[in-house]
Design a protein around this ligand. Sequence first.
Ligand SMILES: *[C@@H]1O[C@H](CO)[C@@H](O)[C@H](O)[C@H]1NC(C)=O
Ligand SMILES: *[C@@H]1O[C@H](CO)[C@@H](O)[C@H](O)[C@H]1NC(C)=O
Length: 469
Amino acid sequence: MKLLLQPKGVLAALLLLIFPAFYSPFAHASPSVLSEWNAPKPRHLPLLKSALQLPTSNEKQSDLWTPLDDQGWRPCVESTNSPPSLPEKSEGYLQVFLDGGLNQQRMGICDAVAVAKILNATLVIPHFEVNPVWQDSSSFMDIFDVDHFINVLKDDISIVKELPDEFSWSTREYYAIAIRATRIKMAPVHASANWYLENVSPVLQSYGIAAVSPFSHRLSFDNLPMDIQRLRCKVNFQALVFVPHIRALGDALVSRLRHPYKNGAPGASYLQESTDVIDKDSAGKFVVLHLRFDKDMAAHSACDFGGGKAEKLALAKYRQVIWQGRVLNSQFTDEELRSQGRCPLTPEEIGLLLAALGFDNSTRLYLASHKVYGGEARISTLRKLFPLMEDKKSLASSEERSQIKGKASLLAAVDYYVGLHSDIFVSASPGNMHNALRPCPGSDFLLVANKLILSAHRGTVASTLQLKQ
Ligand SMILES: *[C@@H]1O[C@H](CO)[C@@H](O)[C@H](O)[C@H]1NC(C)=O
Ligand SMILES: *[C@@H]1O[C@H](CO)[C@@H](O)[C@H](O)[C@H]1NC(C)=O
């Protein structure tokens, strides 16, 4: 463990000394003792044992599912006195290139509509970059219903699917190869509305087009006019709906979660199911757990996850290759990181947390997740606590999943949809999915901070869990 705490030069030298093959490009091809799939073992065994023996009280169970009161929160898209108004004249075309995963792109779309409104510009349907981690080339139109999007916002801003011929030169490739006057490259993170008026309006006026890239997180959350904030909400909660096949699959998953014994084995076509009349009263409740525990996140946190030396080395290597040592956390010890709440919860830890909150082995859990780092070996502890755990694969046949197979954004879209229709959504660590889902009406949100202290030497699980804000 101390190995990771060495300055990175020393670490690299050590790694090379001990495992010279590690940095060779073919190292991953040879199965060896270095395989990172040494089964990670439960790290909190005494807690796990007591959690598995925890008696359940029906009273606590019904409390858990009771909707929280709104605490003054209201849906953000409320009718206003001033009706939406389309600017009399467009100042030009606004183009944005969005990186990140699906939910980061979703927030980027909300911001792009807001910026187009601020500038009186015509928005070009945003271009999605292929993310190096997720490797999905799905476009806006592959994921979202583009005609619905344009239609819902038609009184707020003008939107075009493509640039007119006179601007067809303004492509991603055009901006990739040289410095261009129409590219806005230096938008600061959380820029104000005024920043856009001062820096982007002149470009629109001179050239009739402005391409903002990078654009993710480039619009402030605060201090924007109320009508712009409402417009952002309208985009997130009304304008952005998934394409029909995502919604159909999502509805089928939700229905199978609520009626586990009704729908038979997966494989029955969900198209047939949608015509079933479903008895609302008998519907079971379910929790969606957004478990963000992929290799990328595990490596970036620089924490120790109990997978032993092989795992630590594998994560260190990943950090070295992807971030070239730019991970600030590497300078802290695992204990320091953990007490500062900087370590993502493992599936085991989130399972213990849910058990401590009162969920038991009768709780139906839907795992919303991309690849879990460590695979089934890591999920199995969670499954011990929650045997009724499902995911896309267990609930739908491969035929039903064929349209989303291998497409990270579409897979995430299905999870988002199921999360939106869940009774309780638990986010194991703050991320873009919960940011994008947050003020969702009709669903209880149980937000779980990642600042968790687990100490094994006290009584019950419940009393050993502390959440620090
Ligand atoms: C946008 O249009 C409105 C009128 O529709 C006008 O009052 C406002 O000044 C315009 N803003 C910009 C940046 O062009
Ligand atoms: C659930 O846990 C109880 C003990 O709390 C046990 O008796 C029961 O068999 C478990 N059910 C399943 C499905 O594991």
